[in-house]
Design a protein around this ligand. Structure first.
Ligand SMILES: Cc1cc2nc3c(=O)[nH]c(=O)nc-3n(C[C@H](O)[C@H](O)[C@H](O)COP(=O)(O)OP(=O)(O)OC[C@H]3O[C@@H](n4cnc5c(N)ncnc54)[C@H](O)[C@@H]3O)c2cc1C
Length: 436
């Protein structure tokens, strides 16, 4: 492998075509004459898949040996629904890697310390990982870049979490990100997508390296919802294929609460079990679904430009005085407000770790605009229960609904009775969940 080319893993180097390096300056690294062994650690984060995983694909193609690694960082621990989904996803990933001749190493603790410890142990030349965009991910990347530089190990970032990377399309105004969806959609649609990567043919592990059982390392999961989808790439791709094979009329069913028949891929996209690019680029995918995937990218670029999305109002001058009403908040959380559509949605959330998008909008609007309760309380509750919760989409959508975010009509309110009449006219969704 060429150590100085554009795909190099030079020590301390964070390589991304078309963008400036972050972290310490690159240091050129020379192997001794005749030395051909190169080991790359692929650090999995939000890309728990083998299909269309650019970091894994390039490492397996260019390195002599590859060490797939996941580090479970318990600060703070994931809530039960996400934790269970994570364990299932890692177990599935491990099985896939083993079928290719590889394995998955799983550690617990600080990802920087654990990764560098492994690099030292295996005399690793480089680390490859998918780039993520939240504040915690950025802090991790910065610390990892510095630690890798100190140990003369290369670090290279790969795309994979979004379809179009934040920063790749920018408004002509010179702003660093788009604040409004429609112009973003226009630019996003005109931007060429990166090529998809096939799953690797084989993974060569260094000698004497064996993997770990994710469930044993991460430990038992207690609590959570009773009816959550199974985690993992295999389950995610199976779900996608069976959904798209039915040729659903997505625009017609998207808002149909009773049918409740959207893809339910959000958890798989959250953990990267399924690549958003694979779904968007599938020739069978309806245009309206590609548009929803664009919303996902949109919020990632908002978070990239506004890292305080989970804590601060996005829109300057937006409402910042909220009602402090603990009993009303509790009733909302428990699905006991007495407003049928809100309660139905909140009960679906508790049972399935997921809620229909229309119900999410109505429940969030009711909390913030009818009860006047701070969007941060609502988003934190969703974080605790949703399998798909991530900072960009959860906080981005909450702020949109609360009128503090990217909605260009921030004062709109979703009237629960009218929404129910329109999207659940035969009362099926409400009956289904209010029975519980
Ligand atoms: C208050 C509120 C909170 C939300 N929190 C989250 C969250 O934490 N995580 C999350 O993934 N989505 C969130 N959403 C967006 C949306 O509700 C879910 O993505 C969708 O319901 C997931 O179901 P699905 O996979 O069947 O969606 P589909 O309709 O099948 O859409 C396919 C994919 O497109 C993306 N998508 C669809 N709608 C949106 C949207 N409005 N914003 C961003 N991406 C979208 C998702 O990745 C989704 O999986 C939230 C919406 C609201 C109103």
């Amino acid at each position: 492998m060429d150590l100085t080319g554009p795909h190099s893993f030079g020590p301390g180097e964070v390589h991304k075509p078309g963008t400036a390096s972050i972290g310490p300056a690159a240091v050129v690294f020379h192997h001794g004459v005749g030395e051909t062994m190169r080991t790359i650690v692929v650090l999995f984060t939000r890309d728990l898949r083998i299909r269309d995983n650019p970091a894994l694909a390039l490492a397996s193609r260019h390195a002599d040996t590859v060490v797939p690694l996941y580090v479970a960082d318990d600060s703070p621990p994931l809530p039960p629904n996400q934790r269970r989904f994570l364990v299932e996803s890692l177990t599935d990933l491990r099985e896939s890697l083993r079928r290719l001749g590889g394995d998955l190493l799983v550690r617990r603790g600080d990802p920087v310390e654990q990764t560098l410890k492994l690099c030292r142990l295996l005399a690793t030349d480089g680390i490859g990982m998918a780039e993520d965009y939240g504040p915690a991910a950025r802090r991790l990347r910065q610390r990892l870049a510095e630690a890798a530089e100190a140990e003369r190990v290369g670090l290279r970032l790969f795309p994979g979490v979004t379809i179009v990377e934040p920063g790749a399309v920018r408004p002509t105004t010179g702003a660093d990100h788009y604040k409004v969806f429609t112009p973003y959609l226009r630019s996003w649609s005109a931007t060429p997508w990166r090529p998809e990567h096939e799953a690797p043919q084989a993974i060569r592990l260094p000698a004497d390296v064996t993997g770990d059982d994710p469930a044993s390392v991460i430990g038992p999961v207690e609590g959570g919802s009773s009816d959550v989808v199974d985690g993992g790439e295999t389950a995610g791709l199976r779900r996608w294929d069976s959904w798209i094979d039915r040729e659903p009329d997505y625009p017609a069913i998207h808002d149909d609460l009773a049918a409740d028949d959207t893809t339910r891929l959000s958890g798989y996209l959250r953990f990267g079990c399924v690549s958003p690019l694979v779904v968007a680029a599938d020739p069978r995918t309806p245009e309206a679904l590609v548009r929803q995937l664009c919303w996902r990218d949109f919020y990632h670029q908002v978070l990239h430009g506004f890292p305080r999305l989970a804590t601060d109002n996005y829109r300057p001058g937006a409402r910042d005085a909220w009602v402090d009403d603990e009993p009303a908040l509790r009733a909302w959380q428990d699905g006991e407000t007495g407003v049928p559509l809100v309660d139905a949605g909140m009960r679906q959330l508790r049972t399935q770790g997921w809620m229909h998008n229309r119900a999410r909008m109505v429940a969030a609007s009711y909390l913030t605009k009818d009860l006047g309760i701070d969007w941060r309380h609502g988003a934190a509750w969703f974080d605790r229960w949703l399998v798909d919760a991530d900072v960009a989409n959860n906080y981005g959508n909450w702020q949109w609904t609360a009128g503090t975010g990217n909605d260009s009509r921030p004062y709109r309110r979703f009237n629960p009775a009218r929404q129910a009449q329109r999207y659940d006219p035969r009362h099926e969704y409400r009956d289904r969940w209010l029975r519980n």
